[in-house]
Every structure is written in C-alpha cells, then in structure tokens.
Design a protein around this ligand. Structure first.
Ligand code: UD1
Ligand code: UDP
Length: 376
C-alpha cells in the first residue's frame, strides 16, 4: 500500500502530520508532495521541521497567484507526479486551493481521493474555501468528516458511501505537541507576556483582507481593552501596507505585531492566552481544545460545533460587539468559565490512527478504487 499526501499550506502540514505518523508507525512509507502554495520559512518549513516531516518527495513550487493560476498550476504539476508514481490513494486535508487541485488531478487519473476534514460547510459560496470543500468532497472516494454535523452535510448532498466520522486530526496535533511546546518554547518570555494576560489575534482570510474589512479590523485592534499579540499572516501585512493602514497598526500601544510563528510557539501562546480573536478555522478548533474562549472575526463558520458547545462567539468585524464580549469575559468570571470549559467536539486525538487503519483495511479488501457507478 502506498498512500500519497498532497499538501501545501500551514494548516495542512499541521493537520496531516499525525496521519503521516500513523502510517509510518504501521510500516507504511507515504509519498509526500508539497505544492509550495505556502513558501516562506515561517509559513512552511518551520512546520516541516518541528513536526518532523523531513522526507518531502516532491516540492512543486507552485507559489502565489490568482485562484485559477494557483489551482491550475498545482493541478498540472500534481498530475505529472501522480502519473509517474501511481499511488494507491491520495490524501488531501481541508479546503485550500492545493486540496482542490490534488483532488481533481487524482480522481481524473482514477486514483481514489481520501478527504480528511470532509463535510465542513459555511454555506457561504463567496468564500474560495467553500467552493474547494464542496468540489473536493464530491471528487473523493473516502471521506473523513470530523463530526456528526459534518457527516450530515455530506448526507444532504447525497454522499453516504465510505464516510467515516473519525474526529479532527487537529486534536492529535494539539495533544502530540502541547507538552513539547510548554517545554521548548520561550515565546512568553520573548514577548514579555504573562499567562492569561493577553489576547491572541490572527486574521488572514480573503474576505477580511479587503480594504473595508481591514479598516474595521484596525478599529477593533485600536479599541482592545487588554494587551494583545498578533502573529500576522503575510497576506494581511501586505494588504495593510497597500491600503496605508500599517502605520496605524504599528502605533497601537497595547498590541504586539510579529511575523507568523512556528507551531510550538503558537501553541504555547494559544494555550496561555486569556482569549483568542481569529478568523482561522484551525485556531477556532484549537482554542476549544485548549479551553480558551474564542471570539471569531467572521459572520459565519464551518465549525458551528464550537458555537453550539459554547466556546466560540461570532463577533464579525463589529467593533462594539467584539469589545463588548472581551469586556464581559474580563468582568464576568462565570461567563468566562462557561466559555473556557465548553466541551471539545472534535474527538479524542486518535483521528490519524483511525484514518490509517481504515484506508489500510479498504486497500486489503480491494475496495480502494474509483467506482464508476457512484452517482448512477
Ligand atoms: C490559504 C487558503 C486558506 C487557509 C490559508 C492558511 C486558499 C484559497 N486559501 O490562504 O483557506 O486558511 O491558506 O494559512 O487556498 N504569502 C506569502 N508567503 C507565503 C504564502 C503566502 O507572502 O508563504 C502571501 C502572498 O502575498 C499570497 C497571499 O499571501 O498572495 C495569499 O496566499 P494564498 O496561499 O493564496 O492564500 P492564503 O491567504 O494563505
Ligand atoms: N498557526 C501557527 N502559527 C501562526 C498562526 C497559526 O502555527 O502564527 C497554526 C495554528 O496553530 C493552527 C493553524 O496554524 O493550527 C491554522 O492555520 P491558518 O489560520 O493559517 O489556516 P486555517 O486553519 O484558517 O485554514
């Protein structure tokens, strides 16, 4: 059995590392294909090093571009590798352009696709990620929704075969790396931060980096009632500079802005934060796992489980709402406790192992193949 992993961005590396490890522990050596969608050291290599994914077989160096340029270029390059290597299955994770490219290139070569984190839906078709999710799910042969909610989304779209609810591999990643992070990272000391004495902020999504959105984000940052740290995605930084907002961000007294951080630093920062404010999918998940209240800088989420559980509130880019919730967390201990103690809906940290076991079993039974009759 030879599985291939196609990945290209920061969250894909983090969330697929536990699956790669699970295969390796079972004596299976996967083929690792990095599209190069993310390429800066602190967006890519740092994670490969920290998570010990050192044996990348193909670096495709696709880089940045428009949606079609990036997806198209990745598809062409992935197809070439897959034609040469003919793996038994291609694993993709999440909703990036790399995922869509990997899924389309594979299924058309009749190589089955296994989609990790299948079935998520924001029901917002203006997001590039939503288009990627839907199309990748429909191109996939084996689907690994993290929760029952996600499985139901697939069912509504007629996808019921080879669907396995396994939990989210982010739990595996957090459990595997939290202790190491506490031991190895000196991030709190480096930035002079005290546990529970700061808010951790991330925001990078396309819809939040348009001019109007960024102006609203800056207004929130200017009004924060507490010290904050913002490891900034390069896209956000570039857009702030382009729109002449960078200077305003730099002059906010209570705010530390830094380059993106490695996983160990970021996890330690997240675990010790008073609260997080984010538009990131992975950070919404990690915060509920780590018992840190999350205020999401979006108007919808494909992770509604976190909101239902009580650990996440959608505040959008509404300054008044965001600041009001943060103040309430600071002033109302009972409210803080309820949010912090919301139960983790993403499973037990064994998702990677389940995924490897299921795929190995399907392979043994000769069931890991693209079935011609699925929709007939
Ligand atoms: C992508 C995913 C998003 C995911 C995010 C993870 C899509 C459509 N979006 O968004 O779902 O949440 O990755 O972080 O696939 N850039 C750099 N250096 C890098 C990478 C990017 O400077 O190493 C800058 C470039 O200016 C680039 C911009 O960031 O144009 C956007 O990068 P891109 O990979 O297209 O999208 P992300 O915003 O990273
Ligand atoms: N992350 C990190 N360093 C940072 C910001 C985020 O290691 O400076 C990690 C974070 O812990 C999470 C993942 O990156 O596991 C989330 O990635 P991102 O927000 O880029 O993408 P999304 O999850 O929104 O697709």
């Amino acid at each position: 059995m030879r599985p291939a992993f196609v990945f290209g961005t920061r969250p894909e590396i983090i969330k697929l590392a536990p699956v790669v490890r699970a295969f390796e522990e079972r004596g299976v050596e996967p083929l690792l294909i990095h599209t190069g969608q993310h390429y800066d050291y602190e967006m890519s290599r740092v994670f490969l090093e920290e998570l010990e994914l050192d044996g990348i077989d193909y670096h495709l160096e696709v880089g940045s571009g428009t949606q079609a340029e990036q997806t198209g270029k990745a598809m062409v390059k992935i197809e070439r590798v897959l034609m040469d290597e003919r793996p038994d299955v291609v694993l993709v994770q999440g909703d990036t352009n790399t995922v869509l490219a990997g899924a389309l290139a594979s299924v058309k070569l009749r190589i089955p696709v296994a989609h990790v984190e299948a079935g998520l839906r924001s029901f917002d078709r203006t997001m590039p990620e939503e288009i990627n999710r839907v199309l990748a799910d429909h191109a996939s042969e084996v689907l690994f929704p993290p929760t029952e909610d996600a499985r139901r989304n697939l069912e509504r779209e007629g996808i019921t075969e080879n669907v396995y609810v396994v939990g989210n591999t982010i739990v595996d990643a957090v459990l595997q790396n939290s202790e190491i992070a506490e031991r190895k990272s000196d991030v709190l000391e480096r930035f002079g931060l005290k546990p529970k004495g700061y808010v951790l902020i991330t925001a990078h999504r396309a819809e939040n980096t348009e001019r109007g959105s960024l102006e609203r984000l800056v207004r929130i940052l200017e009004d924060l009632p507490m010290k904050a740290i913002y490891p900034m995605h390069p896209r956000t930084r570039r857009r702030l500079e382009e729109f002449g907002l960078w200077g305003r961000v730099g002059s906010i007294e209570n705010l530390i802005v830094t380059k993106p951080l490695g996983y160990l630093d970021f996890l330690r920062l997240e675990r010790n934060a008073f609260a997080v404010m984010t538009d990131s999918g992975g950070v919404q998940e990690e915060s509920i796992i780590l018992n840190v209240p999350c205020l999401t800088l979006r108007y919808n989420t494909e992770r509604p489980e976190t909101v239902k559980a009580g650990g996440n509130v959608l505040v959008g880019l509404e300054r008044e709402r965001a600041v009001r919730y943060l103040r309430r967390l600071m002033e109302d201990g009972e409210f803080y406790r309820r949010m912090a103690e919301a139960p983790n809906p993403f499973g037990d940290g064994k998702a990677g192992e389940r995924i490897a076991e299921i795929l190995l079993r399907l392979h043994e039974r000769g069931e890991l193949r693209v079935k011609g009759s699925r929709f007939i």
